[in-house]
Design a protein around this ligand. Structure first.
Ligand code: CA
Length: 224
């Protein structure tokens, strides 16, 4: 089993590497987000242990880009705080598990073993709603068989709405998941991008899929 540890604290990285090697794993280490992402995209790891607080790209960005690139390696996030929104965000971005620092190595090892036994949470490769089709591997979307010309942010936004179809998503949640912004940021960017997305996804078609819920956010659903 081959694992990648993305951790900038040299002492922790060394300690984890030694621990996993003693447990019989083949271990690579990256000490910043750029290297981590590069390795994770080049090499087929069974599992990636990804620290959230990293120089270069942080763990969220690494995870987002990795999933956007269609990489399905198991990812266990190491978070510094046990904030619920961090956990939720991690899972939304496609993490398979998380562990809050500080932790005992035995606990991390147990989590890793159980994740490897369980395998990845099965992710569909195509999301569908009415005549909308989102191909997650090829990063393409089409309506009624007609390819939609989307930017990568628009694609992420559409994917988020489709994955959580039927659920009203707040501007804050969308801003965090798609733009990596925090709670206090100006969420106007969400409105602007939803408008652009609608112009491509909904305007040319009779059936509208993206809806505004006044004072709450946006929802994707097929209204009859
Ligand atoms: Ca760190």
């Amino acid at each position: 089993m081959k694992i990648l540890i993305v951790e900038d604290e040299a002492k922790t990285a060394k300690f984890l590497k030694k621990g996993f090697e003693e447990a019989g794993f083949v271990v690579d280490v990256a000490d910043d987000g750029f290297d981590g992402l590069h390795l994770a995209r080049e090499v087929d790891f069974d599992l990636i242990i990804l620290d959230v607080m990293l120089p270069g790209l942080d763990g969220w960005q690494v995870l987002t880009r990795l999933r956007q690139a269609g990489r399905r390696s198991l990812v266990l996030l190491l978070t510094a705080r046990d904030a619920i929104h961090e956990r939720v965000r991690g899972f939304e971005l496609g993490a398979d598990d998380y562990l809050v620092k500080p932790f005992a190595f035995s606990e991390l090892l147990a989590r890793v073993r159980s994740l490897l036994r369980r395998g990845p949470a099965r992710q569909p490769e195509t999301l569908r709603m009415a005549d909308l089709e989102i191909d997650l591997l090829r990063q393409r979307a089409a309506r009624a068989g007609q390819r939609l010309d989307l930017t990568s942010k628009e694609f992420s936004l559409l994917t988020l709405l489709a994955r959580r179809a039927g659920e009203v998503l707040s501007r804050t949640l969308i801003a965090e998941a798609v733009w990596d912004m925090n709670f206090d940021s100006d969420t106007n960017v969400v409105d602007v991008n939803v408008r652009r997305l609608r112009a491509k996804v909904d305007e040319p078609f009779h059936l509208k899929l993206i809806h505004t819920v006044r004072g709450a956010g946006y929802v994707m659903e097929c209204e009859q």
